[in-house]
Design a protein around this ligand. Structure first.
Ligand code: PCA
Length: 204
């Protein structure tokens, strides 16, 4: 399988007092899997405005993937949230892992205000629902570390043949127990959903 083209799949470490991050857990489920003729290469990122994009861009250099799919937790969302837009904007509600809390600044000065995702997100969301996985399209990935990583990803990939996307994930049931009323999806369903989304994206 070493010769297969690669998909780079990133997730984040737990943050904001959580003991788990669904995006970290799905990496273990999908690591090394073969999807539509591609091998899934996992990458765990720290919740850090500087270290996370740096590690992602280094991994892209190292692995030369055909597709990069980043994932992160969006506690409270009800399904897989397919992000259409990466904004050149940071406004951190809480400090990152390095203690930084930038407010109302650019991700990259001089770069465009936003990038649109070029993956077939509507088709991916439809396929997810067809397979019983709740999914929604979203026009903003927020203004925290996930959006900053997404913006740096799409900026780096602009004009290359490599495609990229970002999917936010709901709490795992173990997390939702500590947030009464919050939605959750099992790890198996989340991992299945990412496999389906990747299959549709790679089939294009
Ligand atoms: N979610 C955060 C950062 C890390 C994560 O998993 C976000 O949505 O920005």
């Amino acid at each position: 399988m070493a010769g297969l083209p690669k998909v780079l799949l990133s997730g984040f470490e737990p943050f904001n007092g959580e003991l788990l991050n669904p995006s970290q857990e799905v990496l273990a489920e999908l690591s090394g899997e073969r999807i539509a003729g591609h091998r899934v290469e996992p990458l765990l990122l720290p919740v850090d405005f500087e270290a996370a994009p740096a590690a992602l861009l280094a991994a892209i250099e190292r692995h030369r993937p055909e597709l990069v799919l980043c994932t992160g937790e969006a506690g409270g969302c009800t399904g897989l949230r397919l992000e259409r837009v990466a904004l050149n904007f940071i406004d951190a509600r809480i400090a990152d892992g390095a203690g930084r809390q930038p407010r109302e600044i650019d991700v990259l000065a001089g770069a465009p205000a936003a990038y649109l995702c070029r993956l077939p997100l509507a088709e991916m969301a439809e396929a997810l629902r067809d397979h019983g996985v709740p999914a929604e399209l979203s026009l903003t990935a927020g203004s925290y570390v996930c959006n900053a990583v997404y913006f740096r990803l799409l900026h780096a990939l602009a004009g290359t043949g490599t495609r990229g996307g970002f999917i936010h994930l709901p709490y795992l049931p173990e997390q939702a127990c500590r947030h009464p009323g919050a939605a959750s999806l099992s790890l198996a369903t989340q991992a299945k959903g990412l496999g389906i989304a990747l299959g549709v994206a790679l089939g294009q």
